[in-house]
Design a binder for this molecule. Structure first.
Ligand SMILES: Cc1cc2nc3c(=O)[nH]c(=O)nc-3n(C[C@H](O)[C@H](O)[C@H](O)COP(=O)(O)OP(=O)(O)OC[C@H]3O[C@@H](n4cnc5c(N)ncnc54)[C@H](O)[C@@H]3O)c2cc1C
Length: 458
């Protein structure tokens, strides 16, 4: 069968693009190498328990029925309802640095008050920054990059406040070390501080299953265990793909969510342009299952972004894990009307992919356990010590991410250089997702929608 569009990858962006194209009766096939959907944001069952991979929180929270904002736009574009996502708001999150804590909810006025109380002499600068954020159009796909650090430091002289603002935004969406593009900063600032966090009671599987069901009901084809080995070109156009098992599938267009460097590797080397350098920002995540809700131990925060050193360092660490900072997420601490099946604490910290990817197989399990203990030891300086309540543990590393998504270096936010307009050197081969430049769950979905609308629904 010949398709209008082949989509490489059944992550958030690929599935969203697929729904959009299938809705407009395009013949579309999503090819996924893994045996399940979701990519960086998947789910699995282990020892009779459900685990989420990449979900701390869905950003860009909005109350059901809201007409404006990214979430409402993406639901409209996908013809899904608010109930399909079933998002419940966060309770309260915080940014904790030495000697200073800023709390935030989904009400931005509360965060502004926190900033004003902790940094009274920075209020005018903070207002100036908000004006610059409000007047910036981050969705201009032809934009040129600009240093966010430069803009923020022009407004706010206090380095502590600058670092505290950057910390959650970089952790949740920066492919570049130390600094980020101002447009990306604006997207993340709005999605985290203006709009905030939500989570479905059932976790990410609810959203993924809705997307797949919807896609199939519209006539879309989804093939799992169908890795793309090669993209064939003729006269500068992509014409077909070959799968790992040798099957060839023809299409008029190819849309890839595999990543920029990863997609270029699929092209014939004789016609391939320069491969863009991949990123190296990756994480280790420790997931502890508790015998009680974290609130029973006195921990009712949804997400804690912490940094123990005077300056926040966001870059590939020299050690296997950077223990100086991290994210503590408690999926239980959303505004649910009933308890989750068990208590969970997830702790995420920057990791050095080189260490984890080159570790001999027989040392891997032992190193995971060793670093898991150290990560938890660091985190319990900021939340009640839950170690006596752990009944199960799972840990994933850059190696896990590489294995299950194919992202070079086990990189979570893709290449530092983004292909914001979604185009590649091959005329009808497009990029969506992480390397198009919209990051995170909502970002990836909007990316799939945007690129599909712009090039494939003409
Ligand atoms: C630990 C962790 C925590 C996170 N927490 C959050 C959070 O709380 N909130 C948030 O908004 N975001 C979070 N994210 C980020 C979010 O998960 C991602 O930004 C988003 O899911 C990316 O989606 P994507 O479609 O762009 O890419 P991916 O999910 O990477 O999808 C690409 C897909 O392509 C497939 N593929 C690759 N190569 C091929 C090939 N050759 N052939 C066939 N298939 C191929 C891969 O298997 C994969 O399924 C987190 C990520 C991680 C890892």
């Amino acid at each position: 069968m010949r398709y209008d569009t082949i989509i490489i990858g059944a992550g958030m962006s690929g599935l969203s693009a697929g729904v959009r194209l299938a809705y407009y009766e395009k013949k579309v096939c999503i090819l996924e190498r893994h045996s399940t959907i979701g990519g960086l944001n998947s789910f699995y069952r282990l020892r009779n328990r459900n685990f989420d991979v990449g979900l701390h929180a869905v950003t860009n929270y909005a109350e059901p029925g809201t007409r404006q904002g990214p979430l409402s736009k993406l639901l409209r574009q996908l013809r899904l309802s608010w109930e399909d996502f079933d998002l419940r708001p966060q309770l309260m999150s915080s940014i904790v640095f030495p000697g200073c804590t800023l709390q935030f909810t989904n009400d931005f006025a509360f965060f502004s008050e926190q900033v004003a109380a902790a940094f009274p002499d920075q209020v005018a600068g903070f207002r100036e920054l908000l004006q610059r954020i409000d007047s910036h159009d981050p969705l201009n796909l032809e934009r040129t990059p600009k240093s966010a650090r430069m803009v923020v430091e022009e407004c706010i002289p206090d380095p502590l406040l600058v670092d505290m603002l950057f910390c959650p935004l970089m952790f949740y969406g920066s492919a570049t070390p130390r600094d980020m593009d101002f447009s990306q900063f604006v997207i993340m600032f709005r999605s985290i501080f203006y709009e905030g966090f939500g989570r479905p009671f059932e976790g990410i599987r609810l959203i993924l299953k809705k997307l797949v069901r919807h896609f199939k009901s519209l006539g879309g084809h989804l093939k799992l265990r169908a890795g793309v080995r090669q993209i064939h070109q003729q006269n500068g156009r992509a014409v077909a793909v070959t799968l790992d098992d040798g099957t060839e599938i023809e299409a008029d267009n190819v849309l890839s969510s595999a990543g920029a460097a990863e997609t270029m590797q699929l092209l014939d080397p004789t016609v391939r342009n320069v491969t863009p350098p991949p990123g190296d920002i990756s994480f280790v995540e420790s997931i502890s299952v508790l015998d009680c809700e974290p609130a029973r131990l006195g921990h009712d925060q949804t997400i804690v972004f912490y940094c123990d050193s005077p300056r926040f360092h966001y870059e590939r660490p020299c050690e296997p894990v950077d223990l100086r900072s991290g994210i503590i997420c408690s999926p239980n601490n959303f505004d649910y009307s009933r308890p989750l099946e068990d208590g969970r604490i997830r702790i995420t910290a920057l990791a050095d992919p080189r260490f984890w990817l080159t570790l001999p197989d027989d040392e891997y399990a032992c190193e995971k356990q060793r670093w898991n203990e150290r990560i938890i030891q660091g985190a319990v300086r900021h939340i009640p010590d839950f170690r006596g309540h752990v009944i199960d543990t799972d840990v994933f590393t850059p190696r896990t991410i590489l294995r299950f998504t194919g992202h070079v270096n086990g990189c979570v936010y893709g290449a530092p250089e983004k292909f914001v307009n979604g185009r590649t050197p091959v005329h009808n081969l497009y990029l969506c997702g992480t390397d198009q430049g919209f990051l995170g769950i909502v970002g990836a979905m909007l990316s799939g929608i945007t690129v599909a609308n712009r090039y494939l629904l003409k």
